[in-house]
Write a protein that binds this ligand. Sequence first.
Ligand SMILES: Nc1ncnc2c1ncn2[C@@H]1O[C@H](COP(=O)(O)OP(=O)(O)OP(=O)(O)O)[C@@H](O)[C@H]1O
Ligand SMILES: [Mg+2]
Length: 336
Amino acid sequence: MSPDLAVDLGSATVRVAEPGGDVLVEEPSVAAVEVGEARMVAFGRKALGLAASGGPSGRIQLVRPVRHGQLVDVRLADEVLEHVVRSAGVARLAHPRVLACVHVEATHVQRDALERGLRRAGARQVRFVEQPIAAAMGAGLPVGEPEGMMAVEVGAGTTDVAVIALGGTVTSVSVPVGSADFDEALRTLLARRFGLVVDRSSAEEVRRRIGSVLPEPSSPHLEVRGRDVSTGAPARVVVSSEQLRPTLEELVAPIVSAAVDCVARTPPDLANDLLERGLSLSGGGSYLRGLEERLAAATGLAVHPAPSRERCAVLGAARCLGGDRLALLVSAARRR
Ligand SMILES: Nc1ncnc2c1ncn2[C@@H]1O[C@H](COP(=O)(O)OP(=O)(O)OP(=O)(O)O)[C@@H](O)[C@H]1O
Ligand SMILES: [Mg+2]
């Protein structure tokens, strides 16, 4: 196997891919930590399983090492990266070259923390590629060409928007909003308006099944189970897509504004290219129904959902590793 890896440590999912295009790791970005020990005992699906069973000592706590694109606990992130690189099948002595996806406004402190963790995990070289460039590569756009193109990558905790030309970003905006925020807002709404307490995964299911930022003629309904906010007893309520829409629209507004802002700041000749090409939409958060239409209406551009939206960035980064585009892209992702 090639020792080169593309790594995308997302706030919901960590993914590792190799230049051939295989995804080697795809796990929830969640660590199980023993309370008081501050040491990771499991990661990903295993961590979730361990927490569900209470763990051997009943003292297991789940920690998400990335929030809104930031490593929140650097020591834990080191352990996570070590685990992830080993899970990708890379032996301790193999010393891969790593291309890591970063959000467009990632500071040098965040990049340094990521680089340190990856080097501790054995990487002999760490480079960065900005999410929208990786996503554009993953969508098959010719990012090295002089014409303008646009990518909108909506993750779980961050949305990155950029107009790209010659392998670099011409204009870019990062917004700390993604689908995990949609879910949190729905949880709050269900508790306040319907008196129902639900967990994170139930809120995610509600969003995936009936969440929308467009009026839906049939306004689908869903029965949601949880606990009564005052008694704690099991309870259920029926909610409609229309009742959730204003809450989701509030969070989608900054995403749409970011896209409009990027287009508005694009030089006219490149903006013309965008009119022809449209924008590429990717990231797991971009599945929210109606987002495509809202972006198209606000920017005046055709919106093209990327194939394999949630894997688009890591696959694009892996593609960068495979060719001579690496140097070009890496110089574009220069340190801030
Ligand atoms: N088919 C789908 N329908 C709706 N939502 C989906 C679908 N598939 C994935 N998602 C959502 O995508 C989100 C994860 O997206 P993604 O993997 O792009 O995030 P991430 O890269 O971990 O986050 P970030 O880049 O913000 O750090 C989850 O909240 C999940 O609910
Ligand atoms: Mg992401």
